[in-house]
Design a binder for this molecule. Structure first.
Ligand SMILES: Cc1cc2nc3c(=O)[nH]c(=O)nc-3n(C[C@H](O)[C@H](O)[C@H](O)COP(=O)(O)OP(=O)(O)OC[C@H]3O[C@@H](n4cnc5c(N)ncnc54)[C@H](O)[C@@H]3O)c2cc1C
Length: 403
């Protein structure tokens, strides 16, 4: 076990960074310092799905119940529909053991729960890292306010535009999907009384609408993806007019329920969908990446933050094996070896899921799309939802120790 005096910095206090702080404390006994550039922990006013593979990790940290209670468990499995509302297939929404279901949660509620689980003394807001420097002994973090501080190890949880990534020797451009998402929430009380209280995705020609419940079914999240070149000419996100969403969904014939749903949107914002090419390494010595800094992905499999939860527990598990600061680099290499392939499969699969939902490329043939999406449901349950990242780490450690 590492000593209580071990100094670890987590750069980024988003969903991944805060979960990492909780996991390091609870599993490896290390009190890490979280540096967040903003002056408060912030999340956008939209939802996120915590999937069974993510819940399994959060449960180990004692965070699953508060998250489930603040969120909403749909009344049954979700559905994929064609534009006219015909059901293509049901969706996986629980693991095979039926222990965990998908939970939709309003992001500000999720970040509040995670921030509430971290000792406030260990969070330093208004600290934006500008670079991270590997020293002969330890790591130095430079901040834009001119401060610098030395640590035994640094974890980069600083999102898609990570500055820590350069310190592990990884340079990457951003890949624009060609799509933006209009996002936000609507009040469930505005919907018809017989509205299906599940996750529903209507797939049209080059666009789709997804919606699912949040906050014990008081709110519904929506993500309406449409093609656009908007983020190529300026910022990657911003406020939008509700009329834009309506105009985007006037272009083809849709199930009347789509128009009914869209008519209740009072506020919206747009978000450019970017990812990065899979990295070839996530760590160098006592520096490691996790969350979007390591594997930003397109949201169509709802796995970005769930992969971050798996990262955090795996990293903490290998750190628990370290007896001294000099073992941290080994722990980070083991973490990288175990996590990279899993996250890369989901990164690449998320692009493919988008092509299906938006009937792109090979999936303009909607019969092929429907066959693929139906078989994908079983992959999702068995390979994605049933995955137990801690068990995988335990098995890997046995192998590593034999080497
Ligand atoms: C439309 C949409 C829907 C999605 N739906 C889902 C879903 O249903 N399920 C799912 O699992 N995932 C989903 N995702 C993906 C998920 O939102 C991300 O994977 C997740 O939020 C990433 O968290 P993160 O903490 O790694 O990165 P971020 O959320 O980007 O957080 C990074 C944090 O680091 C801070 N920071 C950045 N740079 C610095 C710096 N230099 N110094 C200090 N602090 C810094 C930032 O301020 C921020 O707080 C979705 C994404 C989108 C766009």
């Amino acid at each position: 076990m590492l000593s209580q005096d071990t100094r670890i910095a987590i750069v980024g206090g988003g969903l991944a960074g805060l979960t990492a702080a909780v996991a390091l404390q609870k599993i490896a006994g290390v009190r890490a310092t979280v540096f967040e550039q903003s002056n408060k922990h912030d999340e956008v006013g939209a939802g996120v799905t915590v999937a069974p593979n993510g819940s399994r990790m959060l449960d180990k940290l004692g965070l699953f119940e508060p998250i489930r209670d603040a969120g909403a468990t749909p009344d049954g499995h979700g559905v994929y529909l064609d534009a006219l509302g015909n059901v293509v297939t049901d969706a996986a929404w629980e693991d095979s053991a039926k222990k965990y279901q998908n939970v939709g949660i309003f992001r500000p509620d999720l970040i509040d729960i995670l921030a509430g689980a971290v000792d406030p003394d260990m969070i330093r807001l208004h600290h934006r890292a500008s670079s991270v420097e590997l020293l002969d002994k330890g790591v130095r973090v430079h901040f834009t306010n001119g401060e610098q501080e030395d640590f035994d190890a640094v974890i980069g949880a600083d999102g898609i535009r990570s500055v820590v990534r350069a310190a592990v020797g990884q340079q990457t451009g951003f890949v624009y999907s060609g799509f933006i998402a209009y996002r936000g929430v609507i009040d469930a009380a505005d919907l018809p009384r017989d509205w299906n209280r599940i996750s529903q995705t209507w797939m049209g020609n080059d666009r789709h609408l997804m919606t699912y419940p949040l906050q014990q079914h008081k709110l519904y999240n929506y993500v309406a993806c449409v093609p656009s070149s908007r983020p190529l000419h300026g910022p990657w996100s911003g406020p939008a007019q509700v009329s834009e969403v309506h105009a985007e969904f006037e272009r083809q014939k849709w199930d009347p329920r789509v128009h009914e749903f869209l008519s209740h949107i009072k506020e919206t914002f747009w978000w450019g969908l970017f990812d990065i090419e899979p990295l070839t390494n996530w760590s160098r010595g006592p520096i490691a990446l996790l969350g979007d800094a390591a594997h930003s992905m397109i949201p169509h499999q709802g796995q970005g933050v769930n992969q971050a939860f798996e990262d955090c527990l795996t990293l903490a598990y290998f750190l628990k094996e370290a007896d001294s600061v000099s073992d941290i680099a080994l722990a980070f290499r083991r973490y990288t070896a175990v996590r990279m392939q899993r996250a890369t499969i989901l990164q690449v699969g998320s692009r493919r899921a988008g092509w299906m939902f938006d009937s792109q490329f090979q999936f303009t043939d909607t019969e092929k799309r429907d066959v693929d999406i139906t078989s994908g449901r079983d992959f999702r349950r068995a390979a994605v939802f049933d995955y137990d990242a801690l068990k995988v780490a335990e098995m890997a450690l046995k192998r590593f120790k034999k080497l």
